[in-house]
Design a binder for this molecule. Structure first.
Ligand code: PGA
Length: 250
């Protein structure tokens, strides 16, 4: 019922030439799979990547956007500007934004709202740190991340959104949540949304992110509430990324 989605977050990597080559390689390897695939280059590479993918079955997303729609906000890029470029989705609340650029729960909620107002789909990241998991506060932490968005936009906003559970301790570390650990959080997140609307929760795609590799993808995606992945390091290699996409296609 929920179509799997695999999204590649290329972060601060690549040159104009290398990202276009990567996008082409991913499109030819994954274009025929019965899943949704998405790649998220840096802002300045979006136009080139959209250009090379024209007509191909691979979508383009952005890694972040402004919490403002326009005005005197030097250096910002609005969701509306991204919509004009041809992206379909925007990642909001990635832990690197939260950690290094002080994106608070409230600012993430404002970004989420901007993305939807521009007609795009937010890929809304949530996750706990190692200390928070050890302290047993995982649900409290990701619960407040989730509720900040629901408080601002309503549970109905989850209808056109994707969640990405990314435990901070698993991102780029080679440590992955076990399929059971991840499933337990995904199930809980879906139940939280179901408290507002069972129908919206049933249709909501919840991705897992954090050191997903070809070797562990199939086991993670086999879990009932894991609907695909948000991939960092492995998304920079077309062969690895397409192997992960094939795992999601089942
Ligand atoms: P990783 O990154 O796959 O390199 O752990 C995931 C992410 O940051 O979304």
């Amino acid at each position: 019922m929920r179509q799997p989605l695999v999204a590649g977050n290329w972060k601060l990597n690549g040159s104009r030439t290398s990202v276009v080559e990567l996008a082409d390689a991913v499109a030819s390897a994954c274009g025929n799979l019965p899943i949704e695939t998405l790649v998220c280059p840096a802002f300045v590479h979006i136009a080139d990547v959209c250009g090379t993918l024209d007509g191909q079955n691979l979508r383009v997303g952005a890694q972040d956007c402004s919490d403002q729609s326009s005005g005197a906000y030097t250096g910002e890029v609005s969701a509306q500007m991204l919509a004009e470029m041809g992206v379909s989705s925007v990642i909001v609340g990635h832990s690197e934004r939260r950690q290094f650029y002080a994106d608070s729960n409230e600012r993430v909620a404002a970004k989420f709202e901007q993305v939807q107002s521009a007609g795009l789909t937010p890929i809304f990241c949530l996750g706990e740190s190692a200390e928070e998991r050890e302290a047993g506060t995982t649900r409290e932490v990701i619960g407040s991340q989730l509720q900040a968005v629901i408080a601002r936009c309503g549970v109905v906003a989850m209808k056109n959104a994707v969640l990405a559970y990314e435990p901070v301790w698993a991102i780029g570390t080679g440590l992955t949540a076990s399929p059971e650990e991840a499933q337990e959080v995904h199930r809980w997140l879906r139940a939280e949304v179901a408290a507002g609307s069972a129908e919206i929760a049933a249709g909501l795609r919840i991705l897992y992110g954090g050191s997903v590799k070809p070797a562990n993808a199939a086991q993670l995606f086999a879990e009932a509430d894991i609907d695909g992945g948000l991939i960092g390091g492995a998304a920079l290699d077309a062969a690895d990324f397409s192997a992960i996409c094939r795992a999601a296609a089942g």
